[in-house]
Write a protein that binds this ligand. Structure first.
Ligand SMILES: *Cc1c(COP(=O)(O)O)cnc(C)c1O
Length: 307
């Protein structure tokens, strides 16, 4: 019998990935080599962008995106308060000042009005995650006139007015961590239509590319093994998205009448459902000092095989 537990995240890997990795192993060329630019070209083609640079993680991609934009100590970078710690850490790494702003409660995405309110003469960039598969309001964020770093770690395929998330900002990053939409175990990418910016990222990715001992240069490369897997995964994106839509529709039917708030999809956007987040009307009376209600709910879910 198969495992009855519904896992929180599970990579969709098949025989293609296994064979691609085996080929790399047999070739003996396992460090960064031809498979990496192949993967970069495939991702760039997916977004319709001229190029991308593969790196070792999404966090590294954010750090290099900031450096490519010329962000320096003293500069301010806006980011949402509700996101994993990665964008904050990347801003810290380049010595810039993070400015946290609130999200819109309905979409979990950056609130463009709050971004506007947080802007100062030192604001140099906004990191824009597209949470759970729904693009942020790129249209309004773009009107603010500050460079946008689109964080597509949670969204590949979501659109606003038919425009693909990841194709609007000055620079876009992806993560290929094991739980993401497209996965290679670990990995990330910086994509842009600006060739000079990509060149800068390429130079910073490996210390051997630096003519002198530039402190920002480091080892941030992806291996052939990861790139070979990634290349297979890119080809599967349309299938992944279709399956996610079907599962989301099943959840929508299943949750009907259950008294929970379902994901909000503004009429100008499409959701690709990296996560299907529902909200409880009363968050089971949970507070940091009293987890009892939350623990009861988690216990109930675990007994039904949801973990
Ligand atoms: C996962 C994630 C990252 C970081 O990616 P890593 O590959 O884990 O470093 C950054 N931003 C968002 C929104 C993420 O979900």
């Amino acid at each position: 019998m198969s495992d009855p537990v519904i896992p929180h995240s599970r990579p969709t890997l098949g025989e293609e990935e296994a064979q691609a990795v085996a080929e790399v192993v047999r070739s003996g060329q396992i460090a960064q080599n031809g498979r990496v630019p192949e993967f970069e070209r495939a991702m760039a083609a997916y977004f319709g962008l001229p190029g991308g640079v593969a790196v070792s993680s999404g966090t590294v991609a954010l750090e290099l995106a900031l450096l490519a934009l010329g962000i320096e100590p003293g500069d301010e970078v806006i980011l949402p308060s509700y996101v994993c710690s990665s964008p904050w850490l990347a801003i810290q790494r380049v010595g810039a000042q993070p400015r946290l702003v609130d999200i819109e409660p309905a979409t979990f995405a950056l609130d463009p009005d709050k971004v506007k309110g947080a802007m100062t003469a030192n604001t140099r960039a906004v990191i824009v995650p597209h949470p759970f598969g729904l693009p942020a309001d790129l249209k309004r964020l773009q009107q603010l006139g500050v460079p946008l770093i689109e964080d597509c770690a949670q969204t590949l395929g979501g659109t606003q007015h038919g425009t693909l998330a990841g194709t609007v900002g000055e620079v876009t990053i992806c993560s290929f961590y094991a739980t993401k939409i497209l996965c290679t175990g670990e990995g990330g990418m910086v994509l842009s239509r600006d060739a000079a910016m990509l060149e800068k990222v390429l130079m910073l990715r490996e210390y051997d590319e630096q003519p002198s001992l530039t402190p920002a240069a480091y080892n941030r490369k992806l291996t052939q093994l990861q790139a070979a897997m990634g290349r297979c995964q890119v080809a599967k994106i349309p299938r992944f998205l279709e399956r996610r839509q079907r599962i989301a529709s099943a959840y929508e039917r299943g949750f009907k009448g259950a008294g929970v708030t379902l994901p909000v999809v503004p009429p100008d956007r499409t959701h690709m459902f990296y996560r299907y987040v529902v909200m409880l009307p009363d968050p089971v009376g949970w507070t940091t000092s009293n987890r009892a209600g939350l623990d009861t709910l988690i216990g109930k879910l675990e007994r039904r095989g949801v973990r």
